[in-house]
Design a protein around this ligand. Structure first.
Ligand code: PLP
Length: 397
């Protein structure tokens, strides 16, 4: 049994706040605060440059990658940390395309996060006029995988609606058609059980600052299937992916396996934060986490639908087709969310009309979720959201 009271006590959450935005930026684990303070004072401060060896900074991307791997069904030595997710999307995509030189089409869907699509579009432009990014509706992806597709690039859980793709099924179809897959786990890692090795994905990428709680700007991860890791060209061939970075040779030779997907100097302080944040996951069973997440989602949907008829559920009703967030639509979603935040319930808004709520069992209880739903419905019933200050748009929504 996973004890969620224990995990709740491991977070430093502000008093009086119900945090339903851990799908966008995870909260601060107490251990991360101490660990980063020590990394600054004792490692950076005292060891100076010797910290690369003495404090093991250079090994952090692979060591922490292995810990992330445990949560996504990836064997040790198949995941490495670094850069931002947008960069890792580009790297995985470019590397995958090179493995299918006879094809020119990247297939994705309109529910993907725009940055993934922008990166793919930019890569196509760099590669030349033959390369195209084709996007179809999420429901049409399976049928659109044909013999022209070089790479299927899919984000498993839709950042707006929370709809979840059937990963094993899409990967099997892609492989049948001779395509490679790049799987984006931004809203999956730490949110739902993932079995990368079992689903036989080729590449996977994701971020650590959402459900894994590494803090703003925390590094992304990349996974390459072991059957490809020693042959793939890493596309972004930086010195730390070199076989011998400190030989300073003028010619590039990729490092062994997943190490070659490293690019440049790792973000040591953010990796220290993530390493400590991952302690929270020790002893957490992903199946228990999933069951609890669906329980919390059910409570929220039932209470909101019973008391707020003006909000329309945007997330699939079938629990199997959901990630770990629930979204409702309302034309005044932005103002409603600002009013809710002002009353201590933090979710977020995604244009044009989505109110988004993340469900994170590590630090949310059924009581929190019920109270959040009641606050939302009370704001709706009284019209408290309709004040000028709640309509003013901030830079980040
Ligand atoms: C959050 C998210 C990103 C963000 O990319 P960054 O480079 O880390 O800013 C990219 N893709 C998806 C699918 C996301 O959910």
């Amino acid at each position: 049994m996973t004890d969620f009271t224990r995990t709740r006590a491991l977070f430093d959450l502000p008093e009086g706040v119900i945090y339903l935005d851990g799908n966008s930026l995870g909260p601060l684990p107490r251990a991360a605060k101490d660990r980063v303070a020590r990394a600054i004072a004792d490692e950076w401060g005292q060891m100076l440059i010797t910290g690369w060896n003495k404090a093991g900074w250079m090994d952090l991307p692979a060591r922490v990658g292995d810990r992330v791997g445990r949560l996504i069904g990836a064997a040790p030595g198949t995941v490495v940390m670094g850069d931002t997710l947008s960069i890792k999307v580009y790297q995985a995509l470019a590397s995958a395309l090179e493995l299918r030189p006879d094809r020119r089409v990247i297939l994705s869907d309109t529910g993907n996060f725009p940055s993934d699509l922008y990166m793919a579009e930019g890569l196509c432009r760099t590669l030349g006029p033959d390369y195209t990014l084709k996007t179809v509706a999420p429901e049409a992806v399976e049928d659109a995988i044909d013999g022209s597709v070089a790479v299927l690039m899919i984000t498993e859980v839709d950042y707006r609606t929370g709809r979840k793709h059937d990963m094993a099924r899409l990967i099997a179809k892609a492989h049948d058609m001779g395509a490679l897959v790049v799987w984006d786990l931004a809203h999956s890692a730490g949110a739902i059980p993932v079995d990368l090795a079992g689903a036989d994905t080729d590449f996977a990428v994701g971020c650590s600052y959402k459900y894994l709680n590494s803090g703003p700007g925390g590094p992304a991860f990349i996974y390459v299937a072991p059957r490809l890791a020693d042959t793939v060209r890493p596309a972004l061939s930086g010195w730390l992916g070199h076989e011998a970075p400190f030989a300073f040779n003028l010619d590039y030779r990729p490092g062994a396996g997943i190490e070659r997907m490293r690019v440049g100097t790792p973000p040591v302080l953010q990796l220290a934060a993530l390493d400590a944040a991952l302690d929270v996951w020790d002893g957490v069973d992903m199946a228990a986490l999933r069951a609890r997440s669906l329980e919390l989602q059910g409570i929220f949907i039932d209470r909101v639908e019973a008391a707020c008829p003006d909000l329309t559920l945007a997330t699939p009703r079938d629990p199997e087709s959901r990630g770990s967030q629930i979204s409702f639509r309302h034309p005044q979603g932005y103002a409603i969310m600002q009013a809710l935040i002002a009353e201590g319930v933090i979710g977020d808004f995604r244009a044009p009309d989505i109110l988004r709520f993340g469900f994170t069992p590590l630090y949310l209880s059924p009581e929190d979720v019920a109270q959040a739903a009641d606050t939302l419905c009370n704001i709706m019933a009284t019209g408290r959201w309709d004040r000028p200050e709640f309509h003013a748009r901030a830079k980040v929504t």
